[in-house]
Each structure stands twice: as C-alpha cells, then as structure tokens.
Write a protein of this length. Structure first.
Length: 140
C-alpha cells in the first residue's frame, strides 16, 4: 500500500480518536463517500458534522485538489481537519476558509508563472491563527 494512503488512514484515525476521546461519537465513512471522511455527532444524536480530512506527513503543507476548492466554494457545511502527523496536531477549519486560502494561493502561483494543475496546497503557516486540536469549532 502506498505511503500516501497509509498517511491518509492515519490522519482519519487521529481525527476519530480525538473526537471520541472528547466524549462525542465519530466514525469513518466508506471510502466511496466523495466529500467527507468522518462523521461526528454528540451523544444525543441531535447535532452532526461531516469532516473532510487532509493529512500532512511532513508537517509543512497539506495537499488538496481542484475538487476540494470547488467543493469548499459551494457553501458546504463540511469542515476540514488538516492533520499534521509529524507533530500530531489537528487544525479544524471551515470549508469557506479553506476555499479562500487555496484559491488565493493558487491564483498567486499561476500569476507568477507556475503552470496550472489540479493540485492545491495549504501551507501550515497560512493557518497559524487556528488553535491546534480545538474541537469546539465542531459545534457538538
């Protein structure tokens, strides 16, 4: 199995573990679920959140795709969990903020002569204002 796949699985497991340890219920989705990887709910089942997980094994950047940019721009309520495996930190970010970060960064790269491609990146420095491991944004 490819290293990237294993890193992704580890990131999802870290998110599920952290949410579960905080007293909520979290579960993996099946791999053919297109727009999120984890579902979480409170113990009474009255609040739910869908989470798209993106994992970085080097602790510097998170790689997303053009699909993520389009999905995040759609007004989705999905949250992103940006998992830094190297430092075991999770940054929970609203889809709208992810959209803004990746579209601004990508447009800047293309404007500076970098060939357009479907990959998008978020550097950890761009989310330095987000408190790591803060699950309060989940609203559970």
């Amino acid at each position: 199995m490819a290293k990237g796949i294993l890193s992704g699985i580890a990131g999802e497991a870290l998110v599920v573990s952290q949410i579960s340890k905080s007293g909520h219920i979290a579960t993996f989705t099946s791999k053919n679920t297109p727009n999120f990887d984890v579902l979480a709910t409170n113990l009474t089942g009255t609040k739910f959140v869908a989470i798209q997980v993106k994992t970085s094994s080097d602790g510097k950047k998170f790689v997303l795709s053009q699909k993520d940019e389009q999905w995040a721009c759609s007004g989705s309520d999905v949250l992103y969990a940006l998992v830094d495996l190297k430092n075991e930190e999770i940054f929970y970010v609203l889809a709208s903020e992810v959209s803004l970060i990746i579209s601004t960064h990508h447009k800047s790269r293309v404007a500076n002569g970098v060939k357009d491609n479907p990959m998008r990146e978020i550097y950890k420095a761009k989310i330095s204002h987000v408190k790591p491991n803060d699950i309060s944004i989940l609203g559970l």
